[in-house]
Design a protein around this ligand. Structure first.
Ligand SMILES: O=c1ccn([C@@H]2O[C@H](COP(=O)(O)OP(=O)(O)O[C@H]3O[C@H](CO)[C@@H](O)[C@H](O)[C@H]3O)[C@@H](O)[C@H]2O)c(=O)[nH]1
Length: 490
């Protein structure tokens, strides 16, 4: 008789940058064939996710109701990708209202399973409140951070301590994370710069983030060897096991959003020499200002490099509206790039993973959202960093100061950029300069490190494979009423 499969319930925050790594983790766990997975989210997100679920998988998509209109959000807001940045705090607040519905989902699940709690409940770092529900029903609860350890540690510490508040200088250190060294005020996202502890962002995050410590453990989408300092912060801070299981990436993604097929992109890239193309994208929800966009376009034209650029309307316009190249780019830019076959403008969404894995790509100008960073480094592609929000500034700090695979080109959504400076940095990274060569070498080393971390061959288990085993062991032990004891100084 076949054994009953254990069940895992997952709940990511409603943002592409969070849903994507959760889905990747769900698919990875599903491959083991040991679990049935219930992936919970709001109706529109579930609808978008459906095509990404293989027909033979055990992943079950389950809707959770959310009425965001009572939180000052446009009706039907279910993902950060459809709202302007200043409304994200309202959306965070709205997400707290998921609590009773999530409790009911777990309660129904336990009833359906004849009293058996889920083997594990994995929720977002913004949903630490789920620990209470998990424990009420006797389930193991883990947080899964789609951010890297270092970036998340800086973000966590900054929001909890607001150290820039009482600091007259433009530079400061983090009281509980001195290893991060100096942070400059320009490395604060707009909402953090303005935070005073009473604004909605501070209130939500100061309430939500510390609840991560109630979880039984934290899974981080990173690699131990790459991110020891940040992981160390959470080990010290929470006293809980912290498991770096990354990179957890989606290799094949539904293309419903893409304006161009992977085949067409590949075909375009095939016509370019190896290591000659710059890929430019600012992730799923961030955009730059109109003047920054104009300077970037001028730089791309002036530097003479091949490029693929994912374009979206600049700040102040609806992110989902049509892209008006004639208004937002230099006159005739798109036509010239098309005619010379030098640049490909992709509207809204490109098949990023496929692009980054192509041998023609030499560098990635990115906002350095953590998924983009992992996707780039998994392919040995160095980065040109332009952090825009959240923990992206500290991802760049880690990549540039600690690892040596990134060069920062600009900082934030309102900084003044000059196309001449952008050109210089693009050339420095893409040309055969000492800096460029060193960055490429380092990026290849990191790629090998990542390959090793996820390797399971003969007697060798990479660090991420071991961390995943330890996490699943910890959940099993809780099932048996025992506690997992870390043997590596957690
Ligand atoms: O045209 C595009 C644009 C994006 N992507 C994918 O979308 C994801 C974007 O993720 P990420 O690079 O992490 O950027 P954000 O969407 O901005 O991510 C949010 O979530 C991340 C992980 O928590 C954080 O690091 C970021 O700061 C936060 O903005 C990646 O998998 C990309 O491959 C595409 O496939 N095509």
């Amino acid at each position: 008789m076949s054994q009953r499969k254990e069940s895992i319930v997952m709940l990511p925050f409603m943002a592409q940058g969070h849903i994507i790594p959760f889905l990747a983790l769900a698919l990875q766990l599903d491959q083991t064939k040991k679990y049935t997975i219930t992936f919970v989210n709001t109706s529109l997100n579930i609808k978008k996710l459906r095509p990404s679920i293989p027909t033979n998988s055990s992943i079950h998509l389950l809707e959770i109701p959310l009425d965001s209109s009572v939180y000052g959000l446009p009706p039907g807001t279910e993902n950060t990708d459809s709202i302007p940045y200043h409304l994200i705090a309202n959306f965070l607040e709205a997400s707290l209202s998921l609590k009773p519905a999530f409790r009911k989902i777990i309660s129904d699940h336990v009833k359906e399973q004849k009293g058996h709690p889920p083997f594990c409940i994995i929720t977002d770092m913004f949903f630490g409140w789920c620990a209470e529900i998990a424990h009420e029903f006797g389930a193991f609860h883990a947080i899964f951070s789609g951010c890297g350890g270092f970036g998340f540690a800086c973000y966590y510490s900054l929001w909890l301590n607001l150290p820039h508040q009482n600091n007259l200088s433009d530079e400061f250190t983090l009281p509980d994370f001195p290893e991060a060294s100096t942070i400059h005020v320009t490395q604060l996202a707009e909402n953090l710069k303005e935070a005073n502890g009473r604004d909605l962002f501070s209130v939500c995050l100061q309430n939500m983030l510390p609840e991560c410590t109630n979880a039984d453990g934290i899974l981080v989408n990173t690699v131990e060897e790459l991110d020891k300092v940040g992981l160390g912060y959470f080990r010290r801070k929470t006293g809980k096991p912290v498991w770096p299981i990354g990179p957890v990436l989606l290799s094949n993604r539904s293309q419903d959003q893409a304006a161009i097929t992977p085949e067409l992109c590949k075909h375009w890239l095939d016509t370019k020499p190896a290591g000659s193309v710059l890929y430019i994208s600012f992730g799923s929800q961030n955009v730059i200002s109109a003047s920054q966009m104009m300077e970037l376009a001028m730089a791309l034209e002036a530097c003479g490099k091949n490029f693929i650029w994912v374009v979206r309307p600049p700040i102040g316009f609806d992110i989902n509206m049509e892209f008006k190249a004639k208004e937002w780019l230099p006159e005739g830019f798109e036509e010239r790039m098309e005619y010379s076959k030098r640049g490909l403008l992709v509207r809204k969404w490109a098949p990023q993973v496929e692009i980054l894995s192509h041998k023609s790509v030499s560098a990635f100008l990115s906002h350095c959202g953590w998924n983009s960073v992992l996707e780039s480094l998994s392919n040995g592609v160095p980065l040109i960093g332009w952090p825009l929000a959240a923990e992206q500034f500290y991802n760049v700090k880690l990549l540039e100061e600690h690892i040596g695979v990134c060069l920062e080109v600009a900082r934030g959504k309102s900084c003044e950029v000059r196309h001449e400076d952008i050109v210089k940095k693009i050339m420095l990274v893409m040309d055969e300069t000492e800096k460029g060569n060193a960055m490429r070498r380092k990026a290849r080393e990191v790629r090998d490190m990542i390959i090793d971390a996820v390797q399971y061959e003969n007697d060798h288990k990479g660090s991420s494979v071991k961390a995943m085993d330890e996490f699943l062991d910890a959940a099993s032990l809780m099932r048996e009423g025992k506690k997992w004891a870390a043997d590596r100084g957690v």
